[in-house]
Design a protein around this ligand. Structure first.
Ligand SMILES: Nc1ncnc2c1ncn2[C@@H]1O[C@H](COP(=O)(O)OP(=O)(O)OP(=O)(O)O)[C@@H](O)[C@H]1O
Ligand SMILES: [Mg+2]
Length: 259
């Protein structure tokens, strides 16, 4: 249960358009270092989910490439794990069996070992006592944690997350953010975290990458040099936290010129 080789993600001069659609990306390049946590920030409709589908090989670029450790990405790339905006748990499986599902499909380890590993990851997200619960018996935040455990159990070294906590209330979201950072510091994945929330991006990331309006490329980048470990109560009080968020606000919505 150890992290294998860390994952390096490269996007090279990527163009993409949906069939019959406007171009979504033009000449987008992005390099994510092994173990780096980046937040991709951009307005609704700019192409964040589309980019995630390109990073995971579900969409093919019309030009350019996406590579993981130097190899062209496909949905089966073993390094990859995804967490989506809605948890999408199997409603008829309890929390443990939801987490175990990928291991069962994979079939490389036996049932007892699958259960043990699923338990381990459920405990890691703080749900050791909820193993027998069905999804409808869990709160939204708990369901999202089960979804996170279900992804982590496959031990991905590259984690792609598409606004995974957007549906949660502020308090649950803050605690999920802290949870995400705790697991990341423990497991050492390379993370691409998509969000439209500036505070969330600054709180989590080593580097915030801002996408422009379509056809989007990278509009700007900001390295976040806040100390880790980060916890909301303390990190938000830092003057630099506010400086970063104001800087990003200015970049995303430049101040209107006075008339
Ligand atoms: N399957 C599709 N076919 C055609 N156009 C699409 C398709 N999916 C998305 N688009 C278009 O591509 C653009 C980017 O959409 P995308 O879903 O990637 O945005 P997003 O940044 O994730 O937005 P949000 O923050 O609202 O989730 C939008 O203009 C959208 O209308
Ligand atoms: Mg989206």
């Amino acid at each position: 249960m150890h992290t294998q080789q860390m994952a390096q993600l490269s996007v090279n001069h990527l163009d993409f358009a949906y069939p019959n659609g406007q171009p979504v990306f033009r000449d987008l390049s992005l390099h994510v270092r092994p173990g780096e946590f980046i937040a991709l920030l951009g307005p609704s409709g700019c192409g964040k989910s589309t980019l995630l589908n390109l990073l995971s090989g579900f969409h093919q670029p019309s030009r350019g490439s996406v590579t993981v450790n130097g190899a062209a990405v496909t949905p089966e790339t073993p390094e990859l794990g995804y967490v989506f905006q809605s948890p999408q748990l199997f409603p008829w499986l309890n929390a443990l069996d939801n987490v175990r599902f990928g291991l069962r499909m994979d079939g490389r380890i036996g049932a007892a070992a699958q259960r043990e590993r699923a338990h381990h990851y459920l405990a890691m997200v703080g749900l050791a006592d909820a193993a027998d619960k069905l999804p409808y018996q869990l709160s939204g935040g708990m369901q999202q944690r089960v979804a996170l455990a279900r992804t982590l159990v496959m031990e991905p070294t590259l984690l792609l997350m598409d606004e995974p906590f957007a549906a949660l209330d502020a308090i649950s979201r803050n605690s999920m953010n802290e949870e995400t950072l705790r697991l990341w510091s423990k497991l050492g994945q390379t993370v691409v975290f998509i969000t439209h929330d500036i505070d969330e991006a600054v709180f989590l990331a080593d580097r915030v990458v801002v996408l422009g309006a379509a056809p989007a490329g990278i509009q700007s980048e900001l390295r976040i040099e806040l100390p880790r470990p980060r916890i909301h109560r303390d990190t938000r009080k830092l003057a630099r936290f506010n400086d970063y968020r104001n800087e990003l606000l200015d970049r995303i919505a430049p101040a209107a010129q006075p008339a």
